[in-house]
Design a protein around this ligand. Structure first.
Ligand code: PLP
Ligand code: COI
Length: 338
């Protein structure tokens, strides 16, 4: 293992030693296999390649002060992957298999779990693909589930420094009755033009609106959106957004802090009234938003400029303290690997 500069990692792929794989054939899952290769060998007519039968997850492991490794809310990711599998008619990965492979993959790459205090984490990427050969549009009968891990820093290179976002008026991420609420590759392919266009105009990412009426906030690139005003945490309710495990956790923490929580439609104009805004997700953690530009009205909505607002900062402190084992894990969100 070459020397890793833990404190300056970006959210990118860094090679680790091993990954794990498991195949679904003849209606059942096989034995877990360990590989040191970063390459997979699949059929040219595999459904993942042609018809997008692919779902993934993202979760993190952290090393505490005590040197022990903790995984955050893996069961939620396992459940969401099952819902993604159902959504595009793939074989579901049983929770026990999901857990065993997460644990095994971390153990095999133990030296890549970033040390406590570096701000980095081990990102765990489970991936489920249709490998059976089909040419008609139908689900495969064979699947491959794999997990690799990679040490990462913050998704938004600014970390806790507030970023500028652009409302996407030219592109939608997902259709109203489409696959926006599950974690399938097609949603991300469909978001690339919007993200590129935001980057071209020096925005950190995009804010997607509801695809039907273009009136309400959906989510923020690869993260959920939240706003704060009058001691209230407000986050969009929509059938086309990914149910974020981070957002769900922040809602619980906000309630703990005596903050009111509202999950409801959030009209674009309401941005005017928010004191704080943020993007939240496993990769993003909390990325405070300092401005949101709407090209339709040429209006810029602004929030805390130089630092996160007090509620976002406190939520961030509590979430990361639980993940690192610095604060009591009263909801049982963290499970030890070793
Ligand atoms: N929304 C999208 C589109 C995402 O890709 C992610 C990342 O997983 C999230 C929201 C945040 O979800 P979570 O907090 O479960 O990582
Ligand atoms: C995550 O937050 O885990 C994600 O999956 C976001 C990712 C698309 C970078």
């Amino acid at each position: 293992m070459e020397n890793i500069d833990w404190g300056h990692l970006s959210f990118g792929y860094n090679k680790t030693n091993y990954n794990t794989r498991c195949y679904f054939r003849n209606g059942k899952w096989g034995k877990i296999e360990v590989s040191s290769s970063e390459i997979i060998n699949i059929h040219i007519a595999a459904t993942c390649l042609h018809y997008g039968q692919e779902a993934f997850e993202g979760l993190k492991a952290f090393q505490g002060k005590d040197g022990r490794v903790r995984v955050f809310r893996w069961e939620e990711n396992a459940k969401r992957m099952q819902s993604s599998a159902k959504g595009i008619r793939m074989a579901e990965v049983p929770g026990a298999l999901f857990k065993e492979m997460v644990w095994k993959t971390i153990a095999l790459n133990r030296e890549f779990v970033p040390p406590y205090g570096t701000g980095a984490a081990l990102y765990i990427r489970p991936l489920l693909i249709g490998t059976g050969a089909e040419i008609g549009v139908k689900p495969a009968t064979e699947y491959m589930f794999m997990i690799f891990v990679t040490p990462v820093g913050p998704y938004f290179k600014e970390g806790m420094k507030p970023v500028d976002m652009l409302i996407s008026r030219e592109y939608d991420r997902a259709a109203p009755l489409g696959t926006g609420n599950i974690k399938v590759g097609g949603n991300y392919a469909g978001s690339l033009n919007a993200i590129q266009s935001a980057h071209d105009h020096s925005f950190a990412n995009v804010v997607f609106l509801d695809a039907k009426e273009k009136k309400y906030i959906d989510e923020c690139g690869p993260a959920n959106f939240f706003g704060v005003k009058n001691n209230t945490y407000i986050t969009p309710k929509s059938d086309s957004i990914l149910p974020s495990i981070t957002n769900k956790s922040l809602i619980t923490l906000a309630e703990d802090m005596g903050i009111k929580v509202e999950r409801r439609k959030v009209p674009v104009e309401e941005l005017e009234t928010f004191e704080e805004a943020g993007a939240c997700g496993t990769a993003a953690v909390i990325s405070p938003v300092k401005s949101i530009y709407d090209p339709a009205t040429r209006k810029t909505y602004t929030f805390y400029q130089d630092q996160a607002g007090p509620v976002s900062q406190e939520l961030y402190n509590r979430l990361t303290a639980i993940q690192l084992g610095d604060m009591e894990d009263k909801y049982g969100w963290v499970e030890f690997v070793d």
